[in-house]
Design a binder for this molecule. Sequence first.
Ligand code: ZN
Length: 223
Amino acid sequence: MNKETALVVFSGGQDSTTCLFWAKQMFRQVRALSFRYGQKHQQEVELAASIARRADVAFEAMDISFIGRLGRNSLTDSTLAMDERKPADNYPNTFVPGRNLFFLSIAAVYARERGINHLVTGVSQTDFSGYPDCRDAFIKSLNVTLNLAMDEQFVIHTPLMWIDKAETWALADRLGVFELVRNDTLTCYNGIPGDGCGHCPACKLRREGLEQYEAVKKKRRTA
Ligand code: ZN
């Protein structure tokens, strides 16, 4: 296995873009893999491709749009109104069941074919809608399962697992890509790049983190 190459599961959003540049610092070579999973906003993949190009990273997109048809969710089903906040007794309908399970399993097979054993994903347990497949226990469990499934020694890296959105902005800044992440990534559930629509849950989370980070930076400057 080539220990110097990492494969980043890459959507072109704030989190995975920060991870892409993190990986560029950590590994000699980086590749990016995106998925078409039936998301309403197909330009997500084109945007991801252009960020990868600018980062000088080999990029590929895989079509796994069947996962959007397996279960109903508002990211792939345009007839379903998006939950603006989390219902009390359930996950918001922006939850795509099995998404990270599929993404990482496919990424592992793809990586294995290319002699890569390092996988990078931008999931975070700290600051998310509580999606179960963003939790550390799931990632560790899947890591063991993938190793057993293919008799390999994969290492799944989750640089954002224990940091919040403000710290993710700080990390992008440290990596020298604050402006790129701010202006060119797509996090918004309504498909608007940069600062987005401003009112969907993804935009709210992103903006609150940005405001927190900018407040900290300002305080540091005036101190
Ligand atoms: Zn939005």
